[in-house]
Design a protein around this ligand. Sequence first.
Ligand code: HEC
Ligand code: HEC
Length: 382
Amino acid sequence: MSRAEARRQAERLSALGRSLFFDSSLSPSGKLACSSCHDPAHGFGPANSRAVQMGGGDLQQPGTRAVPSLKYLQAVPPFTEHFHDSEDEADESIDNGPTGGLTWDGRVDRGADQAAIPLLSSFEMGNRDAFEVARRVLTAGHGKEIAAIAGSSKAAADPATVYRIALKALEVYQQDYRTFYPYSSKYDAMLAGEAELAPAEARGLELFNAPNKGNCASCHISKRGNDGTPPQFTDFGLIALGVPRNRDIPANKDPAYFDLGLCGPLRNDFLKREDYCGLFRTPTLRNVALRQSFFHNGAVHSLRDAVRFYVERETRPELWYPRKADGSIDKYDDLPERPKANVNMDAPFDRRAGDAPALTAAEIDDIVAFLGTLSDGYRPAK
Ligand code: HEC
Ligand code: HEC
């Protein structure tokens, strides 16, 4: 294939992917498109404040996790258990542990494989199988484009080909940089020397970076890579934060049910790895101010509270966790007893009950102001 032809092929796939992404006729309910949960006006995250969304043929089947943003996923590396950052390549012994992969637990690497999950999940779009998806894609009128992409007029007669091309098209659409990774935030403008942060935003950035204050940048990286790539505000590591159990998630009505991320149950290749229980992928903080539910289980509903969690988890645990029958605090209550040992203790979590918090209320406000500079679509006031 010539370069021009390859480009044309990518454009065809992207255009098809775009129309599939917004097409609710791909779901049996006729009501759910990818965009129903991943709304472009909210950084391709959810438009509402629900912890989890409803899906399935009757739109009554609740999900178990908060809907992540689809922006900046191009930078997520494939899942690996032993990540060696190219920036510390000189030291081969630095093993950053489980890193990367798509979804909160990193269980797929490619956008095409990821797209199959919601199309077939009984609590998301709810198709029975690939054949049903293929039939819906054709009914929606995409047979001709599929034939053009496959380079064969017979392609539309083969459901496996239709399905494969539809998944690929969704992947290619989500790689369109203008839509999915424009780097058009105020922070990017500041890095380019085209904007200045307001005083509160600048203070917030400093607190975000400072190891003895927020220490946020140790996981949510705020500086450019050595090769000049813009900051992603994540190191893609899978980490256990011990976020409180969200009692609004119907699955959590069963006290024996735990969403343990890397060790299952949605992911099933590490079910025996207790040291992996409770680990979820560090999300980018780009566009985080557009969200109304935070963390993998959507347990927190304001950005300020999300920042406050880091400050108070160890110093004021009674504000975050319920009490057990004996009156003691049920810390990290969304984890069974043994995996509680996996919970991360780095700063700002390196404190004890009663210690001074790492950030004052005013400093938390500053960090929230700074996080607001990470939303795309910044236009300097003239
Ligand atoms: C009913 C709501 C819903 C619908 C519809 C939906 N998604 Fe999602 N999406 C989610 C949730 C929830 C997650 C997190 C899943 C997990 O971690 O297991 C997710 C995760 C993803 C991710 C991984 C994001 C990351 O941070 O790694 C991608 C990519 C994605 N969805 C694309 C799509 C595409 C493409 C469609 C349409 C074919 C779609 N989604 C339809 C709810 C939805
Ligand atoms: C040790 C690594 C680490 C540090 C330090 C850290 N984070 Fe996080 N952050 C994570 C992980 C992992 C998650 C996802 C955890 C989950 O959902 O279970 C997360 C999630 C978040 C979220 C929710 C994003 C979303 O899309 O739901 C926000 C907001 C956030 N972090 C802000 C901060 C701020 C502000 C700081 C500093 C005060 C900070 N983080 C420090 C690892 C870290």
